[in-house]
Design a protein around this ligand. Structure first.
Ligand SMILES: [Zn+2]
Length: 332
């Protein structure tokens, strides 16, 4: 019934889920580039459609609001919030009495910029499990926010410009909200600035931010995508302190990999305990994992769940690695 080849295919319905190659009709869970491809027709939320359009231009969007069931391709489908980024959705597909949920990327912790995730009971659960090892337990959001504030105050006390590296869709806007709520003035890389404007179209407003200007950084906090770390923008900036915002901050190698002063675990993904909590609440008869460590599947089996990876894509990976960062997990 469920196939994996460059994306998830629910064969009975002809429906693809986050396919990586162009498909005729595909559900796109959110607008991160590893999930969003310009398919012939895209099923998604209004926010995701807007973000996709910003990234790759016009396409045929079949827009569905959260929690509005619709008959589609001989099945009943319903989107509901994933808590991951603006517009992020999970999908429930009901066909012949079987309830299939695909989570896409999700987190259960509260976010300041994404709708809180919901969990629905299902028979088959297809879930992302990026941080499915017991050592990936993220601190409470308040503690992460305190670490970010501390980092800024410490840098400014030493007359250095604080620079946060955060992926341009989602993570950066969450950082903007955290920092601007605390009264810090922001200077943003262009890709982050443009996406922040789209967040504002959907009612998520930010205070005191401007487009990055090299000669106007006094008293400001810079937010830039991680790829910019080795560019002139950051390299030519005198007297700075840099911090990467990522769930991989739990692994000590991350600081060296990016060449940053700090790594702070602000993540858009579920940690190990949230992944397990999700499965316990959804109570599926079958769990398929995507994007994860084989150990998480083993763990679920030991806990009595019938689990298997939909694709053995991350065999033998047990920790953070450069290889890991070259693909999907970059967005974590
Ligand atoms: Zn994502």
């Amino acid at each position: 019934m469920i196939d994996f080849e460059n994306g998830i295919h629910i064969k009975e319905t002809g429906l693809w889920l986050d396919a990586r190659r162009k498909a005729d009709f595909c559900f796109v869970s959110h607008a991160h580039t590893d999930h969003a491809v310009r398919h012939a027709e895209i099923l998604c939320t209004r926010e995701t459609a807007r973000l996709c359009e910003h990234r790759f231009g016009k396409a045929k969007f079949n827009i569905l609001e959260y929690n509005r069931p619709k008959r589609l391709k001989g099945a009943k489908v319903q989107l509901f919030p994933s808590g991951h980024v603006l517009g992020g959705a999970q999908i429930l597909i009901e066909k012949g009495g079987t309830r299939i949920v695909y989570t896409g990327d999700f987190k259960l912790r509260r976010s300041l910029t994404a709708k809180k995730a919901e969990i629905k009971k299902c028979d088959i659960l297809i879930m992302e499990s990026t941080f499915g090892l017991p050592r990936y337990l993220f601190p409470h959001p308040r503690e992460v926010q305190a670490q970010m504030t501390e980092f800024v105050k410490d840098a400014q006390a030493k007359e250095r410009i604080p620079v946060f590296l955060a992926y341009s869709l989602g993570k950066a806007q969450e950082a903007m909200k955290i920092l601007s709520n605390r009264g810090f003035k922001l200077s943003l890389h262009g890709t982050i600035y443009n996406i922040a404007k789209i967040y504002e179209e959907f009612g998520i407003k930010f205070r005191d931010y401007q487009l990055y200007q090299a000669d106007n950084l006094e008293g400001r906090v810079v937010i830039a995508p991680p790829a910019v770390m080795r560019s002139g923008m950051i390299e030519n900036m005198p007297r700075k302190r840099t911090a990467i915002l990522t769930g991989w901050a739990v692994d000590p190698e991350v600081k060296d990999y990016y060449g940053v002063d700090e790594a702070i675990p602000l993540s858009d993904h579920a940690d190990f305990s949230e992944l397990f909590q999700y499965v316990k609440i959804a109570r599926p008869q079958k769990v398929y994992t995507v994007h994860g460590f084989p150990d998480f599947v083993r763990f679920l089996r030991e806990e009595g769940f019938d689990a298997e990876p939909l694709k053995e894509s991350t065999k033998a990976k047990t920790a953070f690695s450069k290889e890991l960062l070259t693909n999907y997990e970059l967005f974590a």
